[in-house]
Ligand binder design. Structure first.
Ligand code: GMT
Length: 379
């Protein structure tokens, strides 16, 4: 198949997943065209079967808000024609599904071969942005006009149906996935653990937005550290990083917290971690938690959104109500303080991630959805 993929190319789970999917599809013999405003952060420079088309948003003094969605639609339309795309797979509904709809209407209007549109919903496109009054009607419209729709968790599927009604929409759940050859503990030098010199290593990876509750990460860590020598590694960047840094200073634990900033290849860091913290107030899936589990790192986090679909409670991690800092700190101490328990959690985490979320299990589910979508539009 010839597949166009559009995603947010910068740091974030939806862009990471879309890129990993594109790479996997190319390795399975498809031709993949990324249509984005920047090279996706996880995309290597050259891979056979993978092409990158940059969306250029022309600047004109009249435009206080340059119309990116239109520039994207034009680029999608052009790439679809030039490379005979069978389908456009857009990740994150806003504005990608709308641009894909415009591109498809333009193709139809010009009498070109039709293109199927597959929209994958990732989370905040439904739970926050899509519910904003300025975006709700266009999000609903664009989702309903997609040839096929997928959501990354059962939680998100239900949330989409509840929020948008989506008459006649069949939202298929296709979970995110990991490459089991990349997220494997023994493949990397445990640099973080060596640096920690006997202290436990707790890790958090995110885009440091409000939903991630990064102050809670530091508060949980401070409680753990008061009982057990430990260090916290914070990976990523975003609006709330300063808050987390401030919290660490206020709690007097800043000497034991490292803020590493954005790092694209997180597997080597996870391989040197003992526990992953994800106390978000909502999380449609929690890709970073899955990546941690795959590396044999138990997760302590919040019982929010789709996280219970990823973390098997009491088996691979512990989930507590959002904001329950004491509960999450106790859960972390219970796992870290008992080596046999920690080992059992770690082993089950790596095995469960592989059994349920391996690339080779999930990518064929997308291929089947593509086949259906292409069949539906009669390409
Ligand atoms: O807001 C974010 O966390 C970023 C967002 C994204 O688009 O990158 O993440 C969402 O998609 C990820 C990939 O499917 C999921 O793992 C995250 O849980 C989801 N974030 C939220 O629901 C908050």
């Amino acid at each position: 198949m010839n597949i166009g993929i559009t995603c947010y190319p910068t740091y974030g789970g939806s862009g990471a997943m879309a890129t990993e999917l594109g790479i996997a599809l190319a390795q399975r013999g498809h031709e993949v065209h990324f249509i984005t405003y920047q090279q996706p952060f996880r995309l290597p420079n050259f891979l056979p079967g993978v092409f990158f088309h940059e969306v250029d948003v022309g600047r004109y003094p009249l435009f206080e808000y340059p119309p990116y969605d239109l520039a994207l639609a034009v680029r999608m339309h052009e790439v679809a024609m030039t490379h005979k795309l069978d389908l456009l797979h857009v990740h994150y509904a806003i504005p990608h599904a709308t641009s894909a709809w415009i591109a498809r209407e333009m193709l139809r209007d010009l009498g070109h071969r039709d293109v199927a549109v597959v929209t994958t919903l990732h989370g905040t496109d439904i739970t926050i942005v899509g519910q904003d009054r300025s975006f709700h009607p266009i999000t609903k419209f664009s989702i309903e006009r997609s040839t096929r729709i997928s959501a990354v968790s059962r939680f998100l599927r239900e949330e989409t149906i509840y929020t948008f009604g989506c008459t006649g929409c069949d939202v298929v759940v296709i979970h995110n996935f990991i490459d089991p050859d990349v997220y494997v503990r023994d493949r990397y030098e445990p640099v973080l653990r060596e640096q920690a010199a006997g202290r436990k290593v707790l890790t958090h990876i995110s885009n440091f937005r409000a939903v991630k509750r990064v102050r809670d990460v530091v508060r949980i860590f401070a409680k753990v550290r008061s009982e057990m020598p430990s260090t916290l590694v914070m990976v990523g960047d975003g609006p709330d990083r300063v808050d987390a840094e401030e919290e660490a200073r206020a709690l007097g634990v800043d000497a034991d917290v490292q803020f590493l900033g954005r790092i694209d290849a997180v597997a080597p860091l996870l391989a040197g971690s003992d526990l992953f913290l994800l106390p978000s107030d909502r999380e449609s899936f929690g890709l970073s938690a899955l990546e941690a589990l795959a590396c044999g790192v138990p997760v302590v986090g919040s019982r929010a959104g789709g996280l219970p679909e990823v973390v098997s409670e009491g088996e691979t991690g512990t989930l507590c109500p959002v904001g329950d800092i004491d509960g999450m700190a106790s859960a972390a101490l219970a796992i870290l303080g008992d080596p046999a328990r920690h080992r059992a959690f770690a082993e089950r985490a790596a095995a469960d991630a592989r059994a349920r979320f391996s690339r080779d299990l999930i990518v064929p589910q997308y291929e089947a959805l593509y086949e259906e979508a292409i069949h539906a539009v009669g390409v």
